[in-house]
Design a protein around this ligand. Structure first.
Ligand SMILES: [Zn+2]
Length: 216
C-alpha cells in the first residue's frame, strides 16, 4: 500500500435559491487546535453545495462564501453527521451482515438458510465468499466492500443457498432463481476479475492469482 486513497468526501446541495454573487474572499477559518478540529473554508466559487472530508486529524468543511454564521454552524453539524454515518457504513459490521443474511434468507429461501455466523474476512483473495455448512458459517471477502449492494447480496445469498444445497447443480441454481439480479451480479464480478487482469490496470496482487467467481 504505497498510496493513500483519495479523501472520501460527502457533499450536500444547499436547497436555497442562489443569492447574488458573493463578495467575500475565501478565508480559511480554523476552529480550535485539538485533534478533532473542524476547518471551515469559504469559497466564492461554491454557490449551492457544501462538502466535507477528513484531512489527517482535521475535518474540512467547504461552504459557499455567502453563508451566514448561523447557516455555517448548522451545515457543519449536518456534514459531521453525514461523515460519521458514511464512515460507519463503510465499516459495515458483521452484525449488519448477519441481519442482511437473515433478510435475504427470508426473502428468497423461505427463511430456511439459518447461518450461525456471517462475517467479513480479509484472508480470502481467490473467492468472493465461502461457507462451511457443518458449522453454519459464512465468510465474505472484504474485497466486496464498496461494491454495489446487489452484488454483495448475491454473494451472500449464494453462500446461504450452499447451506441448503452443496455444489452447483441444477437444484442449487434453482434456489437462486428467485433473486432477480443473479445474472447481473455474476456479470459484475466477472468484469471485476477481467479488469484486474488487464495489464494497464495494476490491481493489487492479481497478476498471478486466479480469482474465482462463486458459482464456478
Ligand atoms: Zn458456490
Amino acid at each position: 500500500m504505497s498510496a493513500d486513497p483519495p479523501p472520501r468526501t460527502v457533499g450536500q446541495n444547499v436547497s436555497r435559491s442562489a443569492a447574488s454573487a458573493p463578495s467575500t474572499v475565501p478565508s480559511p477559518q480554523s476552529r480550535g487546535s485539538d485533534a478533532n478540529a473542524v476547518e471551515v473554508r469559504r469559497s466564492t466559487r461554491r454557490r449551492r453545495t457544501v462538502s466535507a472530508y477528513r484531512e489527517g486529524d482535521r475535518t474540512v468543511v467547504l461552504i459557499p462564501a455567502r453563508m451566514s454564521e448561523a447557516e455555517e454552524q448548522r451545515w457543519v453539524r449536518v456534514m459531521l453527521e453525514k461523515l460519521a454515518a458514511q464512515e460507519s457504513k463503510r465499516m459495515l459490521g458483521d452484525a449488519e451482515l448477519a441481519a442482511r443474511a437473515e433478510w435475504l434468507s427470508g426473502q428468497y429461501l423461505s427463511g430456511r438458510a439459518r447461518p450461525d455466523s456471517v462475517r467479513w474476512v480479509t484472508n480470502q483473495n481467490t473467492r468472493w465468499g465461502s461457507c462451511t455448512p457443518a458449522e453454519g458459517s459464512i465468510r465474505l471477502s472484504h474485497r466486496l466492500q464498496g461494491m454495489p449492494e446487489y452484488v454483495v447480496d448475491y454473494v451472500l445469498l449464494h453462500e446461504l443457498a450452499h447451506l441448503l444445497v452443496p455444489g452447483h447443480g441444477r437444484r442449487f441454481w434453482q434456489l437462486l432463481e428467485a433473486y432477480p439480479r443473479t445474472e447481473r451480479a455474476r456479470g459484475y464480478l466477472e468484469g471485476v476479475v477481467a479488469a484486474a487482469r488487464l495489464p494497464h490496470l495494476s490491481g493489487p496482487r492479481t497478476t498471478s492469482r486466479k480469482a474465482t467467481v462463486p458459482g464456478r
